[in-house]
Design a binder for this molecule. Structure first.
Ligand SMILES: Cc1cc2nc3c(=O)[nH]c(=O)nc-3n(C[C@H](O)[C@H](O)[C@H](O)COP(=O)(O)OP(=O)(O)OC[C@H]3O[C@@H](n4cnc5c(N)ncnc54)[C@H](O)[C@@H]3O)c2cc1C
Length: 464
């Protein structure tokens, strides 16, 4: 029998499998999608379209469109309260196939204010393990950003990035990934766990001593409900980030390239509001900014330039993005549609959006900070354009919460991600986050994953 089944082969599942495999455990990763993001899987049980191969060979456009339609039917979702867009990637590497690779540790304010079961210092060793696995590298600071930071009186740091990106994320995983395998249900008792999967059009049961969920919060919620788990906090405390984006177009500033692994100048302005008892604002949580540029104008496609009214290739662009915390709210949550089913017969996840007065306040402040930063950077003739507003077609990029951890018995997971009410089951993804945090989440998710690996390892050793 396997020691551990991990559900989902995104960054969390892959890291966890590596850690547990490294401790000598028999691990199997189950991934709904294919082994190659550029060549997605067909629906379980369907005949692959002609010329589709699991690895490498590109599909024809018609075949790719067929697969995309089938996927849309298999992974339907609904939003209530706003028409949102949920960005997902069903393939080995998960959303790591789409991401920007920005890495940020959360500061102590996030842990203290958000009611996390530990502080930043406790997480430091786990952060280091995650950074090593991701191949974290620091970019160089461009002097234009340093000057603007000084003028505004804010701290400014070079961006840190993961060099282990995209489809090449973890080819040849030593633990072995079973692709095109959709997990439907998990049943556990004191001895073992049975995982029901859909694979090649048939239901099968796989067994292991323990199971870890790494399907990301909305899918993890669906799996827990589908497995008969009930808890008053399941699906609740859903958080994400308000993603705000501007482009500063400077016709008179040439673009800049930096030497090294991160060739574009990047910078982070870490949270400077609601820090301890100082700089208190009329909302909870905080936000950080990321800067990228001055980049060549052809970083944007011809169509994007046309929409923005940029009709020259001269000059440069600086991207100014702000990432703001959505504080948990009782009207923002995930549940499953009572009747509607997807093409695989599963109940459809429904994301309930709600914007509170605090959400509007933080976003207004993020907007004015972005404008101030742009003002400090701008050269003569510059134009500032807003390209992303969190309240217009909100994107679900960084879902978190829904099955939170805590020290109190009323929380569904303990501080190591073990599910209190279900034996032999852990949650390694961002479902356990008590609050969303004020910057990019993946490094913190992976730091939690390292703690889950330790907890599962201890459990298996005790039972050996
Ligand atoms: C456009 C974009 C840009 C981003 N940029 C950044 C960034 O710069 N920095 C940063 O820190 N974060 C970024 N993120 C967030 C980052 O991608 C996620 O935090 C990270 O991927 C989370 O990893 P995960 O393994 O928990 O989930 P995912 O990456 O979502 O992986 C989950 C996996 O589980 C599989 N799965 C789901 N349900 C089942 C099932 N029932 N059975 C079997 N398998 C299942 C899925 O197919 C998927 O492969 C970005 C996200 C997006 C969308």
């Amino acid at each position: 029998m396997l020691d551990v089944i991990v559900v989902g082969a995104g960054p969390v599942g892959l890291f966890l499998a590596d850690l547990l495999h490294g401790c000598g455990h028999q691990v199997r990763l189950l991934e709904a999608g294919s082994g190659d993001f550029a060549n997605p899987s067909v629906l379980p049980g369907e005949k692959p379209p002609e010329n589709h191969t699991q690895e490498r060979r590109p599909m024809s456009r018609v075949a790719a469109a067929q697969v995309e339609r089938a996927h849309a039917e298999a992974w339907r979702f609904r939003t209530v309260g706003a028409r949102g867009w949920w960005a997902r990637a069903h393939a080995v590497g998960g959303r790591g196939n789409l991401w920007g690779g920005w890495l940020a540790r959360y500061g102590s304010d996030v842990f203290e204010e958000g009611g996390w079961p530990y502080g930043a210092r406790t997480l430091n060793p786990s952060y280091r393990r995650a950074e090593t696995w991701l191949g974290a590298v620091k970019g160089e600071l461009y002097e234009g950003f340093t000057r603007a930071g000084r003028e505004l009186g804010v701290q400014i740091r070079p961006g840190t990035f993961a060099t282990r990106l995209g489809v090449g994320f973890r080819r040849g995983n030593p633990a072995g990934v079973l692709t095109n395998t959709v997990v439907l249900r998990i049943d556990t008792d004191d001895q073992e766990a049975a995982v029901t999967v859909l694979r090649g059009g048939r239901e099968e049961t796989l067994r292991a001593r323990t199971v870890v969920l790494a399907a990301s919060p909305i899918e993890t919620t669906r799996l827990l409900i589908g497995s008969g788990v009930s808890h008053p906090m399941l699906g609740r405390r859903l958080t994400d980030h308000h993603m705000l984006g501007y482009i500063l177009f400077e016709p008179n500033r040439p673009h800049v390239r930096m030497p090294g692994l991160v060739p574009r100048p990047t910078a982070i302005i870490p949270r400077f509001v609601n820090r301890g008892s100082s700089d208190r604002r009329g909302y909870r949580g905080g936000y950080s900014l990321e800067l990228l540029g001055p980049a060549p104008v052809d970083t944007l496609s011809k169509e994007q330039r046309r929409v923005l009214g940029i009709d020259t290739l001269g000059g440069s662009l600086t991207f100014i993005n702000a990432i703001g915390e959505q504080w948990p709210h009782r009207q923002r949550y995930v549940d499953l549609a009572p009747r509607a089913r997807d093409a695989l017969g599963r109940r459809i996840p429904t994301v309930h959006f709600h914007w509170s007065r605090d959400d509007r306040r933080i976003v207004e402040e993020m907007k004015s900070t972005c404008r101030e930063v742009a003002g400090a950077l701008a050269s003569p003739g510059a134009a500032l354009m807003r390209i992303r507003d969190p309240f217009v077609h909100p994107a679900i990029y960084h879902p978190a919460g829904t099955f939170v951890m805590g020290r109190e018995q009323r929380t569904p997971c303990d501080p190591w991600g073990a599910v209190r009410s279900v034996p032999n089951l852990w949650v390694a993804d961002a479902s356990v986050f008590p609050s969303g945090g004020d910057g990019h989440p993946t490094l913190t998710v992976l730091a939690h994953t390292a703690r889950v690996a330790d907890s599962v390892h201890r459990h298996l050793m005790r039972r050996a």
